[in-house]
Write a protein that binds this ligand. Structure first.
Ligand SMILES: Cc1cc2nc3c(=O)[nH]c(=O)nc-3n(C[C@H](O)[C@H](O)[C@H](O)COP(=O)(O)OP(=O)(O)OC[C@H]3O[C@@H](n4cnc5c(N)ncnc54)[C@H](O)[C@@H]3O)c2cc1C
Length: 130
C-alpha cells in the first residue's frame, strides 16, 4: 500500500520537491485526509496519516540533507515506513513524564527506555523510527 501511495505522489504532497515531494500547501493534505476518512477501517488511514503528518514533518523541516536523503526521500517514495515513538508504558498524554533518554557517545546516540503503542512500528521491512 505504501509503495503504491508513493508512486501516486500521495505521501509527499506538502514535502519539498527536492526530496521527491510535490511542494503543495497544506490544503492538499486536508483534502487527502478527508478522502481517507471514507475508508471503513481506522488502521489504514491512521498508518498513512502517521507517515505523512506525524513522523515526517519535523524531518522535512529540521533534518540535515543527509537525514533527508536517507529517510525522507524513501518515506515519500513509499520504500520506507515511518513511525514516531512518543508514548511509553508510564507516559501517554503526559509527555513530560517520558523516561527514555538519548546519550551522546562519540558520533552516535545511545537510546535507552521503552516505547509502546507506536503505529507503523511493527512493519517487517524498511522500518525506520525517528
Ligand atoms: C490507535 C492508536 C495509535 C497510536 N499510535 C501512537 C504512535 O504512533 N506514537 C505514539 O507515540 N503513541 C501512539 N499512541 C498512543 C497514544 O498517543 C496514547 O494512547 C495517548 O497519548 C494517551 O495516553 P494513554 O493511553 O496513556 O492515556 P492517559 O494519558 O493515561 O489518559 C487517560 C485518560 O485521562 C485523560 N487525561 C490525561 N491527561 C489529562 C489531563 N492533563 N487533563 C485532563 N484529562 C487528562 C485522557 O484524555 C484520557 O481520557 C497510539 C494510540 C492508539 C490508540
Amino acid at each position: 500500500m505504501f509503495k503504491r501511495l508513493g508512486q501516486l505522489g500521495l505521501l509527499g504532497l506538502t514535502k519539498p520537491e527536492a526530496c521527491g515531494g510535490a511542494g503543495l500547501d497544506y490544503s492538499y493534505s486536508l483534502a487527502m485526509s478527508e478522502a481517507l476518512g471514507h475508508i471503513e477501517c481506522g488502521g489504514v488511514p491512521m498508518a498513512i496519516g502517521v507517515q505523512t503528518d506525524m513522523a515526517t514533518p519535523a524531518l522535512a523541516r529540521f533534518g540535515s540533507d543527509e537525514l533527508k536523503r536517507e529517510f525522507l526521500a524513501p518515506a515519500i517514495a513509499g520504500d520506507m515506513v515511518a513511525c514516531i515513538g512518543v508514548s511509553e508504558p508510564g507516559a501517554g498524554s503526559d509527555v513530560a513524564a517520558i523516561k527514555s533518554r538519548a546519550r551522546k557517545d562519540g558520533g552516535d546516540y545511545v537510546i535507552s527506555g521503552q516505547k509502546m503503542w507506536i503505529t507503523n512500528s511493527l512493519r517487517p521491512t524498511g522500518c525506520a523510527c525517528w
